[in-house]
Design a protein. Structure first.
Length: 392
């Protein structure tokens, strides 16, 4: 039984019914309703199951079949095709079986002898719509679970600075460029080792996306492990170069870095840069970039590269701002890209507006980033990491 004259976009209905008279009644009811369907039939459950992949949207299932009886038929059908809407057909004295069938996965049930053409047509459309809605809800639940797992994973990978010296403080801000993400390709970290030295890193992996975020996390964790193990900074950067060469998915990927090693007692700063922006020093109300040398190339760009160390004596007290290029690549209102010098001017102005900023340095950092974002006129396209640290 097939209504071949129905258009291709009509609903595909499979009737699984062994009784020829009941099957003829269903066909007449559908004709009476003027509903355009592609109707096919299976006389046994096995025969019906063989026809499921022929564009079937809804199954009309009799509960009394030669090879399946009652809920067994519903279970086998749902197991074979969980995506298809199912309407159970029951006898006049077996409405309870229909209700039970709905409880185990059918979308609806109809009692033979109490069905009109219009009611049958409405039931089919309702069952198909309900099945689609159930699929959407299931997909949303899966998406929510995955998003929650991803968020928890990313939260677990966000750095937690290790600083025990009460004379030091640190404030950080991070805005990933990927939507609905907590981590991007930018990264930072800060740890204080047993000798009292403060070690800091900020970096930026080229490109955007989950692969770059994963690579950034790997570099940060490797830096922390090597630093806490007491490895000298030169060896740490060399190891990160080796790591990115072997861990990157894109052969052209690279990362910029800026590392600091600070002796708080002697107020001595040792700095290495691998293609990264120079940090800014805040002292006595002035802001300067340091150092003025070019450092070395980004890691992963050239084999055998070197990254010279620059030493600098810090004032008392001192504050240093480290950041990634996402902060300066946005627009400065209508005046082109922001750039380093304009960022320095904004920082100076912001310092003058917050004379007590040392009591809440995060307010200074967040306010500076918000001001840059406002000038950009929209959210940042690239990741932005900012790190403000200093002495009390």
């Amino acid at each position: 039984m097939t209504t071949s004259s129905a258009p291709a976009d009509s609903l595909g209905v499979l009737l699984i019914e062994d009784d020829d008279d009941d099957a003829l009644i269903v066909e007449d009811l559908l004709a009476e309703s003027a509903t355009e369907v592609r109707l096919s039939r299976g006389r046994t459950l096995r025969e019906g199951l063989d026809k499921l992949r022929g564009g079937v949207d809804c199954v009309l299932l009799d509960l009394r079949l030669p090879d399946a009886d009652g809920m067994e038929a519903v279970h086998r059908l749902r197991q074979a095709a969980p995506w298809i809407a199912v309407i159970v057909l029951t006898g006049l004295d077996d409405e309870r079986a229909g209700q039970l069938a709905v409880d185990v996965g059918a979308q609806d049930y109809l009692v033979k002898g109490k069905v009109s053409g219009a009611l049958l047509a409405r039931a089919i459309h309702y069952a198909v719509s309900r099945r689609h809605a159930e699929d959407v809800q299931q997909q949303l639940r899966v998406a929510e679970i995955r998003a929650d797992e991803t968020a928890r994973l990313e939260r677990g990978l966000v750095p937690r600075p290790i600083i025990d010296d009460p004379s030091l403080w640190i404030a950080s801000s991070y805005l990933p460029g990927r939507q609905r993400a907590l981590l991007g390709g930018d990264f930072y970290d800060a740890v204080q080792t047993a000798d009292g030295f403060l070690h800091v890193i900020v970096g930026d992996v080229s490109g955007r996306g989950p692969d770059e975020a994963a690579l950034g996390v790997g570099l940060r964790i490797a830096w922390r492990a090597l630093t806490l193990s007491g490895a000298p900074t030169e060896r740490v950067v060399d190891t990160l170069q080796l790591m990115i060469e072997n861990e990157r998915r894109d052969a052209g990927a690279f990362a910029t870095l800026c590392t600091l090693e600070i002796d708080p007692g002697e107020r001595l700063l040792r700095l290495r840069r691998a293609g990264h922006l120079a940090p800014m020093l805040i002292a006595d109300g002035t802001v300067t970039s340091l150092p003025l040398d070019q450092g070395g190339p980004p890691i992963g760009m050239f084999a055998g590269s070197e990254w010279p160390e620059t030493c600098f004596e810090l004032p008392d007290p001192w504050t240093i701002l480290l950041y990634t290029d996402g902060l300066i690549e946005g627009h400065d209102g209508g005046n082109g890209h922001l750039g380093e010098e304009r960022l320095r001017e904004l920082l100076v102005d912001h310092l003058s507006r917050l004379p007590d900023w040392r009591a809440d340095p995060l307010r200074l950092l967040d306010g500076l980033i918000r001001r840059v974002e406002n000038l950009n006129g929209r959210e940042f396209d690239d990741d932005v990491a900012g790190l403000l640290l200093g002495s009390r």
